[in-house]
Design a protein around this ligand. Structure first.
Ligand code: NAP
Length: 287
């Protein structure tokens, strides 16, 4: 399967292929155990964007044959109530993955709620346990979905990361930091940049691979790049633009992910993949 067109790395063909493999795994689990793979989603409050994200996740579950159990809690939920709900899902043998939609209302200690998710069911890679295992390159954990999606895109384009200099712009717990750990595990030399980094263009100029996870529209400019660099744009901003100025970057990059259609489709496909893998592990099903 080729997922590159001109110098673009396209996410949809890779995401489609992951969804197909996932649906087959889900069907195999059903055939061998009689159990339906189940993802529980927990949403606290009324944030309209969060409602949309949850709906998209449920649609993807349906496509893969994964059952979704949705827990909706009101705005005034306390940390204790949320932790109790998640703990119950953690103990339920019919639930294989748990996703707490971020953000939660201000009165809730989000970290305490995340930590109530057992590592085996942490299909979104949000717990300390998952994160530290990922850094130690240990099995038995799932990485954060978007960085893992970027890794799968690099793999699908046959990019050997060993010895390459990767510059990650952004250090958030869901994107920049796990991205750096995953690249390091594949023997890239990794630099993490952030808002206090001095002379960012000069840093980016040294990169064989640039991952932009900044949250600023069209921030990374083509003239910051080394000729032939590979550019992975995790950004998704209003107006359907990424964190990279696509037109100028595409003239210099050897490969680049467009926005939309690059990294975007990967996140939910990876969530489905990881939910099916979690179920297979919990139910002792090998492929
Ligand atoms: P975030 O939590 O806001 O983190 C942004 C990071 O960028 C921070 O580490 C920040 O540095 C750094 N930064 C901000 N301004 C900078 C500057 N001028 N120079 C260098 N670094 C700067 O964002 P996020 O959640 O990681 O998301 C990043 C992007 O990915 C957003 O566009 C978001 O929409 C997108 N995203 C996409 C998906 C998907 O499914 N495709 C999923 C999640 C996020 P400090 O730490 O110093 O503040």
């Amino acid at each position: 399967m080729s997922n590159t067109l001109d110098n673009k790395i396209l996410g949809k063909p890779v995401a489609d292929s992951i969804m197909q493999t996932t649906a087959a795994r889900v069907a195999n689990i059903k055939a061998k155990t009689g159990k339906t793979v189940c993802l529980a989603t927990v949403l606290v409050g009324e944030d309209p964007a969060s409602h949309t994200y949850i709906r998209m996740k449920h649609n993807r579950c349906e496509q893969a044959g994964i059952a979704s159990r949705h827990i909706k809690l009101d705005d005034s939920t306390t940390t204790e109530q949320l932790v109790a709900t998640i703990t119950e899902l953690g103990a339920d043998p019919d639930v294989h993955g748990i996703l707490l939609q971020h953000p939660v209302p201000k009165q809730i200690d989000e970290r305490a709620a995340f930590e109530a998710i057992p590592v085996a069911k942490d299909v979104d890679g949000v717990t300390y346990g998952s994160f530290s295992r990922m850094w130690f390159d240990e099995p038995g954990c799932f990485p954060s979905c978007t960085p893992q999606g970027i890794m799968l895109l690099l793999e699908s384009a046959n990019i050997d990361l060993s010895g390459k200099h990767a510059v990650v712009i952004g250090r958030s717990p869901i994107l920049g930091k796990p991205m750096a750990g995953l690249l390091l595990a594949k023997n890239a030399t990794v630099t993490i940049c952030h808002s206090r980094t001095k002379d960012l263009p000069q840093m980016v100029k040294q990169a064989d691979i640039v991952v932009a996870a900044v949250g600023k529209p069209e921030f990374v400019q083509g003239d910051w790049l080394k000729e032939g660099a590979i550019v992975m744009d995790a950004g998704y901003n209003p107006g359907n633009v990424g964190d990279v100025h696509f037109d100028s970057a595409a003239k210099v990059a050897s490969l680049i992910t467009p926005v939309p259609g690059g990294v975007g489709p990967m996140t939910l496909a990876v969530l489905m993949q990881q939910t099916s893998l979690a179920a297979a592990q919990q139910l002792g099903v090998t492929e």
